[in-house]
Design a protein around this ligand. Structure first.
Ligand SMILES: [Zn+2]
Length: 399
């Protein structure tokens, strides 16, 4: 903590710091990565978690939809298993959590809490039974879509693809059932990645406040993955009149943070896409696999040449949401290990999280405001989602 002031260190240590999105499980499964080992180009391990005082992480259960076609449930279960395996391997330093109380307990025991969120509704293979079983295994949020539409919910990632069927107004009847079943179970409804129509339909349907697990501000960086000011306010007002509202967890990816980074990325995309396609073709001709890690490495090489945005640009997103939606509706959703290493200057791993706290204090936010943004807000929403679940379970008995 030598880079930060004493005040920032105090805030970081007294807060329960919660990050709602890290793609590390793919490293667990595909690379045999262990959290106790060195970072090896990644953003998250036990050492950086300790240094950055990260209290809880929602590990992302993300199934690449093309590669795992026909095996979505299998891959989902393997990723879930990999998170549970890490907890079993390091019981002295981490603990599995599936509730706000679990996160608080871990904090008191000075342990890191591991939670899970599914990224992409295709994991449930159109089955509420699978959704319920994922909940039973400890999954506590689901992003309704990743970059692919599910048939029952539309993604911002393939809206302009005419070969993909889309819904009429954001959610089909089954899509509404998914949202309501998530409300009943006590699984947070995550609207990151979804199309704007799906966002508004979900907002109208959900009985509980919603979260954006890893999204930023569209007014600052014009990506369909980011939220308009109206959507920021809508997340803040979600869950109905008696709710204290949802939370937008800010994504750290340079391509969602800074417009000029995004423009530079757009310029190199055709060249990289072609190179990836050529390499895929070559691998196929040689009769070998083309692992995701190889594709990621190609992207990383190119993206590393684009200048990193300064950290202040990320803070601008937090600041903007705090001003537009309110201080109670913003948090952290890093996307660690899911952005080909592309983070703003000074952010190289979870160890650098206190720099965000320092920057917020420098902008005049109080210690209490910082603690809300670092994790308190997410805990509040998580708690309310649990309360809504209990009341829905009470009013809808099992037949
Ligand atoms: Zn994502």
């Amino acid at each position: 903590m030598n880079r930060e002031s004493y005040a920032a260190a105090q805030v970081q240590q007294s807060a329960i710091v919660i990050d709602t999105h890290a793609d590390t499980p793919q490293r667990f499964v595909d690379e045999g990565f262990d959290l106790a080992g060195p970072l090896n180009g990644g953003h998250l391990n036990l050492e950086s978690i300790r240094e950055g005082h990260l209290g809880a992480e929602f590990f992302s259960i993300w199934v690449e939809p093309k590669r795992y076609q026909g095996q979505y449930a299998r891959r989902t279960l393997e990723l879930i298993d990999s998170v549970q395996h890490q907890v079993l391997r390091h019981p002295d330093r981490m603990v599995f959590a599936s509730s706000p109380e679990g996160i608080e307990e871990a904090h008191r025991a000075d342990k890191f809490a591991a939670l899970m969120g599914i990224e992409g509704g295709h994991s449930i293979e159109n089955s509420l039974a699978l959704l319920r079983q994922y909940y039973a295994l400890g999954v506590r949020y689901m992003t309704l879509t990743w970059a692919n539409s599910t048939g029952w919910a539309d993604s911002s990632g393939d809206l302009d693809d005419p070969s993909v069927p889309h819904t009429k107004d954001g959610l089909t009847e089954f899509g509404e059932q998914v949202v309501l079943e998530m409300n009943r179970l006590g699984m947070m409804v995550d609207i990151s990645h979804v199309a704007d129509t799906t966002f508004y339909r979900t907002h109208a349907v959900s009985r509980a406040p919603v979260i954006a697990s890893h999204s930023g501000v569209r007014a600052l960086c014009d990506s369909p993955r980011n939220l308009t000011d109206d959507m920021l306010r809508a997340v803040g007002n979600s869950g109905g009149p008696s709710s204290s509202g949802g939370v937008v967890q800010v994504n750290f990816f340079s391509g969602f943070v800074a417009q000029e980074y995004r423009d530079a990325l757009k310029a190199i995309r055709p060249e990289v896409d072609k190179l990836v396609a050529d390499r895929k073709e070559k691998a196929k001709a040689e009769g070998r696999e083309f692992p995701y890690a190889e594709e990621d490495r190609i992207w990383r090489d190119y993206m590393d040449r684009i200048p990193r945005p300064p950290l202040s640009r990320l803070i601008d997103h937090i600041d903007h949401i705090a001003k537009v939606a309110g201080i109670d509706h913003v948090g952290l959703g890093s996307d660690f290990d899911g952005v080909s290493g592309q983070l703003p200057e000074g952010l190289d791993s979870a160890a650098d999280l206190p720099k965000i706290t320092q920057a917020l204090l420098d902008r005049g936010y109080s210690a209490e405001a910082c603690r809300k943004m670092l994790g308190g807000n997410l805990l509040r929403v998580f708690r309310e989602v649990g309360a809504v679940s209990r009341s829905l379970r009470a009013e809808t008995p099992i037949h």
